[in-house]
Design a protein around this ligand. Structure first.
Ligand code: ADP
Ligand code: 5GP
Length: 185
């Protein structure tokens, strides 16, 4: 195995997607994992790019074959990280999973050598500004996402690294350095 498995979590709106996508765009040796889901594709989503879209039967079969590094149910659909796909990618590249704290801690149990990275906001006020600025959630959804904040940040001691996303370029550089030199505790 050549690559390292990096698991990135953090509150909604903190900048995980921006950091990970920029890094993956800049480094040919880093890829983002593609999860499996039983939900229907949204307009524009492509099988194998955003997700592998599976039937419930297929997903259940793969659970019984122990093919998920971790899986969970959200809004009545299953989502999971496919072990076989991640193993295949790790032969050539570093692999980043962007996943919530529950999924991340499950992934660490299944794959102890993975490196867990929590992206944290410089302040709650700034996180609110980013969520509002992104403009993709209603006020109620923003409130719900902020309610999860304390819970998510309370798990940071179980992470190998905490990266504060204040200056975006510095946060990308820090994650890039963790990909090269980071170690699992
Ligand atoms: P997440 O994937 O964690 O939910 P996003 O990557 O969608 O978060 O980022 C949320 C918003 O914050 C986006 O509009 C993004 O452009 C902005 N953003 C990300 N990082 C920074 C930063 N360091 N400073 C200011 N704005 C940022
Ligand atoms: P969406 O349907 O909006 O793409 O995703 C719904 C939720 O599923 C999000 O909270 C997302 O983080 C979560 N999710 C996506 N992929 C995975 C995965 O592989 N494992 C787990 N545990 N959650 C996932």
């Amino acid at each position: 195995m050549k690559g390292k498995l990096i698991v990135v979590s953090g509150p909604s709106g903190v900048g995980k997607g921006t950091i990970v996508k920029t890094l993956v765009g800049r480094r040919a040796d880093v890829v983002e994992s593609v999860s499996c889901t039983t939900r229907a594709p949204r307009t524009g989503e492509v099988h194998g790019r955003e997700y592998f879209f599976l039937s419930k039967e297929e997903f259940t079969r793969r659970i019984s074959e122990n093919d998920f590094l971790e899986y969970d149910e959200h809004f009545g659909n299953f989502y999971g990280t496919p072990k076989s796909f991640v193993r295949e990618m790790l032969k050539e590249k570093h692999v980043i999973l962007e996943i919530d704290v529950v999924g991340a801690l499950n992934a660490k149990k299944a794959f102890p050598e993975s490196v867990l990275v929590m992206i944290a906001p410089p302040s709650v006020e700034e996180l609110k500004r980013r969520l509002i600025g992104r403009g993709t959630e209603t006020d109620e959804e923003i409130e719900n996402r902020l309610k999860r904040l304390d819970y998510e940040l309370s798990k940071k001691d179980q992470y190998d690294y905490v990266v504060i996303n204040d200056n975006l370029e510095e946060a990308i550089a820090r994650l890039s350095d963790i990909v090269d030199n980071g170690k699992s505790k």
